[in-house]
Design a protein around this ligand. Structure first.
Ligand code: GLN
Length: 280
């Protein structure tokens, strides 16, 4: 029996042109720790050879390591992921961080939060974990399979969230009571507006979570902005992840629906990625 080390996996990744340099180190760690479930210095049993071979083939084909490992990290929490949900992105952590910084300034009352298009549940569950009893979270999605992943995550992470299966584009915005916060990372990628290379990179992720159906790439922003008075309390705020190419159009949309105090922030990569707007 052999003993494997992370650096051996790194060499294999580099030899197969799957990754180089720092990216190869971080990928090798994922494969070693999360896919092969190994510890440094551990003796490797036969079946790990097959698992490594299969993993390298999947990575070579372009599959994200998070789908192979079956989980992804978000805000320090481990979320189950599969092909029915988007892999949580670091820029979405930035959106959650923005909300938490704002909310923690006013923790003297119960805050009702709506997450539109929850996917793996990463936003809704993280907010519940971080805010606890101070908030009530409702999370909606059109996909039964995505909601099943989100439900499992909420059980594993012990975060109580109310999940509802619904098509947000068909809702009239009446949820019984208005929310204090709406958050969303909706499908916003224009299928015909991105390069073939980009499309290929996204091919393992669920199209329903990435590409809005039809011609209107801003449809989710449009609908959220139109439902301002119905979804939100007068003091309420909306935080959404932006399509980095459509900052002006989305800003105009929110302005024309009479949202106040619009603020756009760049993500760590320097792209305009988040918008906050106040209801009144
Ligand atoms: N940020 C993601 C990407 O470009 C897309 C997320 C989304 O459509 N909500 O890969």
């Amino acid at each position: 029996m052999d003993v494997w080390h992370i650096k051996d996996i790194k060499t294999q990744l580099e030899n197969r042109n799957i990754a180089t340099g720092r990216e190869a180190i971080s990928l090798a760690k994922w494969v070693f720790d999360d896919v092969l479930n190994l510890k440094e210095g551990q003796l490797v049993i036969q079946e790990k050879y097959l698992l490594l071979k299969n993993t390298l083939e999947r990575l070579e084909a372009g599959e994200p390591v998070q789908y192979i490992a079956g989980h992804a990290w978000f805000f320090g929490y481990s979320f189950l992921v599969n092909q029915h949900v988007l892999i949580p992105r670091p820029e979405t952590e930035e959106l959650v961080d923005w909300i938490l910084r704002d909310v923690k300034k006013q923790l003297n009352r119960l805050i009702r939060i709506l997450d539109v298009g929850t996917g793996s549940g990463c936003i809704a569950i993280t907010l519940k974990k971080e805010l606890g009893e101070n908030c009530e979270v409702v999370a909606i999605d059109i996909s039964t399979q995505a909601l099943s992943v989100a439900q499992q995550n909420s059980l594993i992470l012990e975060a109580e969230v109310e999940f509802l299966e619904m098509d947000f584009l068909q809702t009239d915005g009446d949820f019984g009571m208005p929310f204090d916060i709406i958050v969303s990372n909706p499908p916003y990628v224009g299928r015909n507006l991105i390069s073939a290379e980009m499309q290929a990179m996204l091919r393992y992720e669920p199209p329903i979570a990435l590409y809005p159906e039809g011609q209107d790439v801003d449809i989710f922003y449009r609908r959220i902005s139109e439902l301002r008075g119905k979804l939100l309390s007068p003091e309420g705020s909306c935080y959404i992840e932006l399509n980095e190419f459509r900052k002006e159009q989305i800003h105009t949309l929110f302005e024309s629906n009479r949202w106040k105090n619009l603020e756009i922030r760049n993500d760590l990569q320097g792209f305009p990625r988040m918008l906050k707007a106040k209801s009144e």
